[in-house]
Design a protein around this ligand. Structure first.
Ligand SMILES: [Zn+2]
Length: 426
């Protein structure tokens, strides 16, 4: 969520050959959504068989803001063009499991725990509101069962370790409520972990931060290293007994942005058995767009230093964005990142983390949650095998989750640590 103080996209229309495009839409019987060419029968077959798992979707925050936290305010089974995501488009995208983001902006002044709990509740109510389409998954094994029943498996990812208010008790209750990963930070450094886009305070994880990672291992909750600093990544990889993930991060070797993962960490995550799930945001996958995002971050810092905040700051940033349009890039840019991670970390350590509904603009060809099959088409054209594509689309992250569950079973009952273990208390 809020990935990039993100400039509004240049409103360029994708270049398409209209006749071919219309024929493809008619053939697929679908509404015009993806600006990507139709895929082959073989690609469609591979995609339909694969357990497509998306690592990060921010629809829950959109529902909070635009639908008053009511998942039945509108009908998610019908097209909802104001979002990147609705149930029809998830189905056309072949999505078998979705990690829904429980995101709440960091607030240095006050606890955000109640709002996090409300977002978790909203995700659970959304699944309950569409029982023919959605079902909460408790474990990796549930994903297969739920897919076989024709529904989309739902899991919760808490985005931002500030959620737990320095309490392992809260962390454990999150797990009980269905949270299956936690991103250790959002954009801001917390009391126990350094973020990629903020001033470091701990040189990575504090001793309590290491304790959080161990408790997540004990619970079988995946440690998510998107948004954290490279030092935090190194510390978490050293401490974690289970595979880690980056739920929505792209490759730093291709695009220079502090949110992207350097090759050194890609290799370390491979050694750890983890998975880097590539973010689709143009500001992370297109070099010129990343340059605009870096400028935006600098400009925002400058405005804050001048004392701007709240609505005034938002207004000033909005004006800046209009003057600094961002190149959208396309399907091939995202696939370049997937291919890079697959080459450096290995095919067993790459996945998808769209960040739909958390990003202000999308690449041409990956406009919304219906577009995942285009990735399969492109990877097949690049020479990936069916088995490799299945791993990338979701097999890898499910393997990591199963491994995390096995580590938790080995470590024994959670709860041996007191609920009140606090920052600095080790
Ligand atoms: Zn994010």
């Amino acid at each position: 969520m809020n990935d990039g103080e993100a400039p509004v996209a240049a409103r360029r229309r994708p270049v398409l050959r209209p006749r071919r495009w219309r024929a493809a839409i008619a053939a697929l019987g679908m509404a015009a959504a993806c600006g990507s060419p139709p895929i082959s029968q073989e690609a469609r077959r591979i995609h339909a068989r694969a357990p497509v798992v998306d690592g990060h979707n921010d629809l829950p925050w959109e529902l909070r803001e635009k639908w008053g936290s009511d998942p039945r305010h509108g009908d998610l089974r019908e097209p909802q063009p104001q979002f990147h995501t609705d149930l029809q488009r998830l189905r056309r995208g072949g999505v078998g499991a979705q990690f829904w983001s429980a995101f709440v902006p960091f607030d240095a002044e006050r606890s955000t725990l109640v709002t996090f709990l409300e977002q978790i509740d909203l995700i659970r109510r959304m699944a309950a509101a569409y029982p023919d389409e959605l079902e909460m998954a408790d474990r990796a094994a549930d994903v297969d069962r739920i897919r076989a029943a024709g529904r989309i498996a739902c899991m919760i990812g808490v985005e931002g370790g500030h959620a737990i208010d320095d309490s392992l008790g809260v962390l454990r209750l999150f797990h009980a409520l269905g949270v299956r990963y936690m991103t250790l930070t959002h954009n801001e450094t917390t009391s126990w972990a350094d973020a990629a886009t903020d001033v470091p305070r701990h040189g990575g994880l504090s001793p309590f931060g290491e304790e959080v990672v161990r408790e997540m291992n004990r619970l079988g909750m995946l440690v998510d290293l998107s948004h954290v600093s490279v030092e935090t990544m190194r510390d978490a990889l050293r401490v974690s007994a289970a595979p880690v993930i980056c739920s929505h991060s792209s490759a730093a070797a291709l695009v220079d942005h502090p949110r992207n993962v350097p090759d050194e960490i890609l290799r370390a995550i491979a050694a750890n058995g983890g998975v880097v799930m590539v973010n689709f945001f143009p500001g992370f996958v297109v070099p010129s767009a990343a340059a605009v995002v870096r400028q935006a971050l600098a400009h925002r810092r400058e405005l804050r230093a001048r004392g701007l905040s709240g609505a005034e700051l938002s207004q000033a940033m909005e004006e800046w964005r209009v003057r600094h349009p961002m190149e959208r890039g396309g399907l091939k840019d995202v696939c370049d990142h997937l291919e890079h991670v697959a080459r450096v970390a290995g095919i067993d350590h790459v996945g998808l983390g769209s960040d739909y509904d958390g990003i202000p603009t999308t690449p041409v060809g990956l406009e919304d949650a219906s577009c995942f099959p285009a990735i399969t088409g492109e990877l097949l054209a690049r020479g990936f095998t069916a088995g490799e594509i299945e791993k990338l689309l979701g097999g890898n992250v499910l393997r990591a989750l199963r491994a995390a569950e096995a580590v938790a079973a080995r470590m024994g009952e959670p709860g041996s640590r007191p609920a009140g273990a606090r920052s600095g208390g080790g």
